[in-house]
Design a protein. Structure first.
Length: 208
């Protein structure tokens, strides 16, 4: 039996999702200062009062948006894993996808928040747990997609270096289109990573 409560709950979830998506878009397009509750409400087509019902403060809205969009992107990545090629081409495909994440709107939005949090102790306290979660989950996802044994310290460092490289390329893309150089770097690093991971797999298998 469908109750009146269920459609209302569905509308509430849909409204919340629109607000969170509009927050990410605003942060990525307009930056931290311009992403106010009023701007987000207008973008989402939601009244300011309804927005504050879901998220009483701007900080609540922004941190919830980052968390929601990161979880959504990681869930998409899990579903997309079945499409990854096998063999050496897989390593390059994984590196490409990681770099795409760090050059996408979620990273650009997060960068705005991280920068603001550096000068705001209250916001920093909110952001640090998110940053730790993002780093931990992104690392685990990379390990799963590469199909490597992260218990090996050297393998762990290689995966982390890949994430650090992707983040650096994302930073380079903030002010100008860096896609041509980025493509060359991704291809070169993927070759190094594939060879290094293969060597580590052989060493670990041999008990080294």
């Amino acid at each position: 039996m469908v109750t009146a409560r269920e459609p209302k709950q569905d509308r509430s979830r849909a409204t919340r999702a629109r607000l969170l998506e509009a927050t990410i878009d605003s942060l990525a397009d307009q930056g931290w200062s311009a992403t106010t509750v009023g701007v987000v409400a207008e973008r989402a087509g939601v009244s300011r009062g309804a927005t504050q019902h879901h998220f009483p403060t701007r900080e609540d809205l922004i941190t919830a948006a980052l968390d929601y969009m990161f979880d959504t992107r990681m869930e998409d990545a899990r579903r997309e894993s079945s499409d990854l090629p096998h063999g050496p081409a897989r390593t390059e495909a994984v590196v490409e996808r990681l770099v795409e994440y760090y050059t996408g709107p979620i990273f650009k939005a997060a960068l705005q928040v991280w920068t603001a949090a550096a000068a705001d102790p209250e916001m920093r306290a909110r952001v640090l747990p998110l940053e730790e979660k993002f780093g931990r989950v992104a690392h685990r996802m990379a390990v799963e997609q590469l199909g490597v044994d992260d218990r090996d310290p050297q393998t762990h460092r290689l995966v982390q270096a890949t994430l650090d490289l992707a983040r650096g390329l994302g930073l380079a893309d903030v002010l100008s289109d860096d896609s041509r150089r980025r493509t060359e770097i991704v291809r070169a690093w993927a070759g190094v990573l594939e060879t290094s991971l293969r060597v580590r797999t052989e060493v670990v298998a041999a008990g080294g």
